[in-house]
Design a protein. Structure first.
Lengths: 428, 112
């Protein structure tokens, strides 16, 4: 008897499913499944992806401190996003920043936002708010106080990232119907350019690591960096194809473009490196892949697969020059090349999006289709992003420096962040 | 009673151990060390930035023997560690005043 009741309950539950789904009118379960999956993929880009990538590139005494910088963003940005970050990014507001309509996720529930639940959209966007500040940490590796890093990131998220999201994606003046409509599919300017420029400013502000560039500061474990880079590549499918906000044809285009660009960028970087330095290196290959993934990010849903190969190749080759030639020439210590890869790659991608965009794919034409105006808009948007992120980052640094001091003491720097900031060692 | 120290190429360690076993002297201590003699370092390039790596990884081995066995052991090490290229390393022999086996209290030649 008991078994029959159980069966009956299960039957009702199964039959009841479509009914309860239908009750959530306007939600496409396929879209929702893909965006939730994408959200998880994008979180994986930060931890462990970026943490391993950056962690492998630093010296042994700083590996935990470097991983912790990424991991801390997974906690801190999540809480800020829940309390007010999502609201400042996506609630109704002015043209620069969102309002307080969604603070404490007020009004953000299971109801549809497009074809997915509003909560799904919110959590997908949250993962971008985590990785963007984490990217900056490559510039100040091995020499920033953990406490200062937390305060800096909280302020930077509030003053730079949330407004950037609003301006480009949340209905601000760089959005589709704004004053300067920029094409940024998944974050060329919002994520990579803004964090990359901030990285350059912070590298200049903090100064070089002790001993740089005379002392050999070789990556302590390239196998970790390799695993991290491969996780980034896979996670990027969620980043770009998820940005279609649906499991549709556009998502497929973005997925393919993402993959093609990464492959072309590995090739681009290695060709240049092989010619100039004599050997194709593993570090070169994985760095090239990341550069190509950055470059295709703004273009992923606007260009065709063959365009993405050109964009990826250009991203790989140009970022090589930014990292190997420009950095050496000017002598700044962008330790793990957050600017060289994300700032430069993001800018290359944003400009080339304005070149290769095609109406048939993302609903907008670029230079090659005869619409020079879009290229101008994307160039203008890039310039504004550089200035905004650069100036704001400098002011935030001044404030944090005045309150707690941004740089660790010379002694702490010599011991390493692992022991001086966290009281532990990675390898025993 | 002598101490025999040798700095060798890491990839020759297996050959040296094999050779020492072959003459019935398979007791030794190994250290991973870095250094260089006349051998120059090599160049490593990371993202276009060149580093001259002059402290190269080597293996240092240490063993103890009675006076009458020293020549045979040194010979075995030299023969087995040689590639003929610069960087093969060196062998040093020095006198030892005394030795004690902790477990049994045996001393000198009985202890090594």
């Amino acid at each position: 008897m008991k078994r029959i009741i159980t069966f009956a309950v299960m039957l009702i539950a199964v039959l009841g499913l479509p009914v309860s789904a239908a009750a959530q009118d306007g939600i496409d379960t396929g879209d929702n499944a893909w965006i939730l999956t994408s959200s998880a993929l994008v979180l994986m880009m930060t931890g462990p992806g970026l943490a391993l990538f950056y962690g492998g590139l630093v010296r042994q005494r700083n590996v935990l401190g470097t991983m912790m910088q990424s991991f801390a963003m997974m906690a801190m940005m999540t809480l800020l996003w829940a309390i007010y970050g999502y609201s400042l990014s996506f609630a109704e507001g002015n043209t620069f920043v969102g309002g307080f309509g969604h603070v404490f996720l007020n009004g953000v529930g299971m109801e549809p936002n497009g074809s997915i639940p509003h909560l799904t959209f919110m959590v997908f966007q949250l993962m971008f708010a985590i990785i963007t500040p984490a990217l900056i940490s490559g510039a100040f590796a091995e020499r920033m106080k953990f406490s200062a890093m937390l305060l800096f990131m909280a302020l930077w998220g509030t003053v730079v990232y949330f407004p950037m999201v609003h301006m480009v994606w949340g209905g601000g003046f760089m959005s589709g119907d704004g004053m300067i409509p920029c094409l940024d599919f998944a974050g060329g300017s919002v994520v990579h350019m803004s964090s990359g420029v901030a990285a350059l400013v912070i590298a200049l502000y903090l100064g070089k690591r002790k001993g740089y560039p005379n002392e050999a500061m070789r990556p302590h474990n390239l196998s970790l960096a390799f695993i991290g880079a491969c996780l980034l590549w896979v996670g990027w499918f969620g980043f770009n194809a998820g940005s279609a906000l649906a499991a549709d044809g556009l998502a497929a285009v973005a997925f393919v473009n993402t993959h093609f660009a990464a492959a072309a960028a590995v090739t681009g970087w290695l060709v240049v490196e092989w010619i100039r330095d004599g050997k194709p290196s593993v570090l070169g290959g994985i760095t090239g892949a990341v550069a190509g993934l950055v470059a295709i990010t703004p273009a992923a849903g606007f260009v065709g697969p063959m365009d993405s190969i050109i964009i990826g190749f250009a991203g790989g080759a140009i970022c090589y020059f930014a990292v190997a030639v420009v950095k050496a020439k000017f002598g700044y210590d962008d330790s793990l090349d957050a600017f060289g890869v994300h700032g430069v790659g993001g800018t290359v991608g944003a400009l080339l999006t304005g070149v290769f965009a095609r109406m048939a794919i993302g609903g907008a034409d670029g230079l090659v289709e005869g619409n020079a105006g879009q290229f101008v808009n994307n160039a203008l948007g890039s310039a504004l992003t550089w200035v905004f992120s650069g100036v704001a980052t400098f002011v935030i640094l001044k404030i944090v420096d005045a309150i707690i001091g941004v740089r660790v003491s010379a002694g702490d720097e010599s011991i390493g962040l692992d022991i001086s900031q966290h009281g532990e060692e990675a390898y025993n | 009673m002598k101490k025999i120290e040798a700095v060798i190429q890491p990839f020759k360690l297996d050959d040296v151990r094999e050779a020492l076993k072959g003459i019935g002297h398979d007791r030794l201590t190994i250290y991973d060390v870095r250094g260089h003699g006349r051998q120059k370092g090599h160049k490593e390039v990371y993202r276009g930035q060149e580093y001259e790596v002059d402290l190269l990884p080597k293996v240092k081995l240490e063993s103890y023997a009675s006076d009458d066995r020293v020549d045979e052991i040194v010979n075995a090490i030299v023969e087995s560690a040689r590639t003929g290229k610069i960087g093969d390393g060196k062998v040093f022999v020095s006198d030892i005043a005394s030795a004690i086996r902790i477990r049994s209290g045996e001393t000198d030649d009985d202890a090594i």
